[in-house]
Design a protein around this ligand. Structure first.
Ligand code: ZN
Length: 337
């Protein structure tokens, strides 16, 4: 994905969804409190998420058109079939900025497929074929432990957890491919628009189920490092402010406001942008990104298992589970959403 300078109208920053604030109060409406207390939320296992990260990295760089990419897709599909009600594999051929045809697979694991109220959690699972932010071996692919594997592992662990204790809504775990084949900043080729996020662009225009929609989506990207923090990123706020506020309020209520920081900052053209733009599903990004950028390891050979923190992944996973399992009760309080 790439950074984007974004000016958010001040008025947008002031707008707020009062009911979400109410759900964060110490004294929520009585019926909501009772419903919330009945919601059984499964455990999120950070060790399991770490193991899923390592399993992906052990295949080697998951660059489209490589055998590591094929093997990883097969492994993830097999794993998800153990847990989900239905698994869809969307095969498509994307055209990269340099004209290369890249064989790609979006993998979607659905829970409670008939439920009308549904949300999705997504991540991209492919890795960048070059290390263009590094100062050596720029032409070699990266391990993508955090950029690709970590967030995908969190999504997989969510699937495992959801299988153990089904929520009362539909959930789709969407693993996008060919996110990270975008045109480098120093490319000599003519500029190609929308060269990043090819998998989410495909899915948003060709959903796995005809007419698919969801109340909202959350895209995870680079959520696995010890020193991560997540601001309320500007594209998310522009398209889906209520979702951003909702998730960040949940994180704050759980005591995680140092990881989920409440300020609004910048903007990133990541998979959530194309889902908002093409599928019109309010979708936010939870991404390691702030005033310092994406982190010094980003698109370099430093993006390796050593930077992965099972604690950070577990915190993100717990916030996602709380969001999934709380949402129906909150929606009952505010049915107009
Ligand atoms: Zn990347």
């Amino acid at each position: 994905m790439k950074k984007l300078l974004l000016v958010i109208p001040f008025i947008a920053l002031l707008s707020s969804c009062d009911w979400f604030k109410k759900t964060s109060d110490n004294n929520p409406p009585k019926e909501q409190s009772q419903e919330a207390s009945l919601a059984a939320i499964p455990a999120f296992n950070g060790d399991s998420a770490y193991a899923f990260t390592k399993a992906q990295v052990d295949f080697g760089p998951r660059t489209p058109n490589s055998s590591a990419h094929d093997k990883c897709a097969d492994w993830m599909t097999k794993q998800l079939k153990k847990w989900a009600d239905t698994v869809y594999v969307q095969s498509y051929t994307a055209t990269a900025f340099d004209g290369l045809k890249i064989k790609s697979k979006n993998i979607i694991a659905s829970f409670n497929p008939k439920a009308k109220t549904r949300v999705f959690i997504s991540s991209h699972w492919d890795t960048r074929p070059i290390a263009d932010e590094d100062d050596h071996d720029k032409d070699k692919p990266i391990d993508g432990a955090d950029d690709g594997a970590g967030s995908t592992a969190v999504a997989m662990e969510l699937a495992r957890a959801i299988h153990s204790q089904k929520p009362d809504i539909g959930v789709d775990i969407v693993l996008f491919d060919s996110e990270d084949y975008g045109q480098p900043n120093d490319s000599k080729l003519p500029h190609v628009e929308n060269s990043w996020c090819l998998g989410s662009q495909y899915w948003a225009k060709n959903p796995h189920v005809l007419g698919y929609t969801a109340d909202f989506g959350i895209n995870l990207d680079m959520v696995g490092t010890a020193d991560a923090s997540f601001v309320r990123e500007g594209i998310s706020v522009k398209y889906a402010d209520w979702v951003s506020q909702y998730v960040w309020n949940i994180a704050a209520r759980m005591g995680y406001s140092s990881l989920f920081q409440s300020r609004v900052y910048g903007g990133v053209t990541d998979d959530h942008y194309y889902v908002n733009e093409y599928a019109h599903i309010p979708t936010i990004a939870v991404i390691r990104y702030n005033e310092e950028g994406f982190g010094s390891y980003h698109h370099t050979h430093k993006d390796v298992m050593a930077i992965i923190s099972k604690e950070t992944m577990a915190t993100v996973g717990k916030v996602m589970l709380e969001t999934i399992y709380q949402y129906n009760a909150d929606k009952a309080v505010k049915p107009s959403i």
